[in-house]
Design a protein around this ligand. Structure first.
Ligand code: GLP
Length: 233
């Protein structure tokens, strides 16, 4: 596990772009992508580069159940708005939030993932330690599945919606095992709200109560943060 701390967000995101560009230059063709406020500056910087993903495939971590790809708060819409409109991939996959048969949707997403092993996975982190939408208590062996979102997760994401009542209660997410299969993982934790959970991960706790703690066992993970060590550490 490699941790890099940055004094400025500008430098952090520049480093994240460098990692993605060099991963691609080294031959990566299958990219796992993430959403959330943390990724917006990253995608904006990627759009300023001349990186070309048109021979690459992307998979997103998750999608809200009940939102169509045209809904402004769906992750499909987010990806188009922040990245794909400018940097299209040969193929881009997200779970279908309107799938009539959730079990079939999850099985087919997982099977696509297994057919196209991820060379790279980008991750943010929830304040409760979730990765994708794998909430605390999710099995480290989980594959793509349907989750009921924690109230705290709905509240954290309510800022993107008109009101908390509009935040879906369920989501499809790649499982923890699906994420851990990626050859290389880049986790970005930005802002004070992530301090406690990042500390728990860095303390090498390994517990399903903190889903991101599984990452301590990944052979090739880089964590970028703008959080500095506290004085008494
Ligand atoms: C969401 C997403 C996660 C994301 C996390 C953090 O719930 N499903 O993939 O990492 O929240 O989001 P933010 O970057 O907005 O703090």
């Amino acid at each position: 596990m490699r941790l890099e701390r940055f004094a400025s967000k500008e430098d952090l995101y520049a480093r994240a772009v460098d990692i993605i560009v060099s991963t691609k230059n080294e031959g990566a063709t299958t990219f796992g992508l993430a959403t959330g406020g943390t990724m917006e500056p990253l995608y904006s910087k990627i759009c300023e580069t001349d990186i070309d993903f048109t021979n690459c495939i992307s998979f997103n971590l998750d999608e809200y159940v009940g939102l169509s790809a045209k809904h402004e708060q769906s992750y499909a819409y987010y990806m188009y708005k922040h990245l794909f409109h400018n940097k299209p991939f040969k193929e881009s996959y997200l779970p279908n939030g309107l799938a009539h048969n959730p079990a079939e949707e999850m099985a087919s997403y997982e099977s696509l993932l297994q057919q196209h092993p991820l060379d790279f996975q980008l991750l943010g982190i929830g304040q409760n330690g979730h990765i994708g939408f794998n909430e605390p208590g999710t099995s480290f062996d989980s594959l793509t599945h349907l989750v009921t979102l924690e109230e705290s997760t709905r509240q954290a994401n309510a800022r993107f919606f008109d009101s908390i009542d509009d935040v879906p209660t369920q989501a499809f997410t790649m499982g923890i095992q699906s994420i851990m299969r990626a050859k290389c993982i880049l986790l970005i934790a930005v802002g004070e709200a992530k301090r406690d959970v990042l500390e728990r991960v860095l303390a090498s706790e390994y517990t399903e109560d903190v889903p991101a703690s599984v990452l301590t066992k990944h052979p090739n993970i880089i964590i970028l943060t703008d959080l500095q060590k506290e004085e008494n550490e």
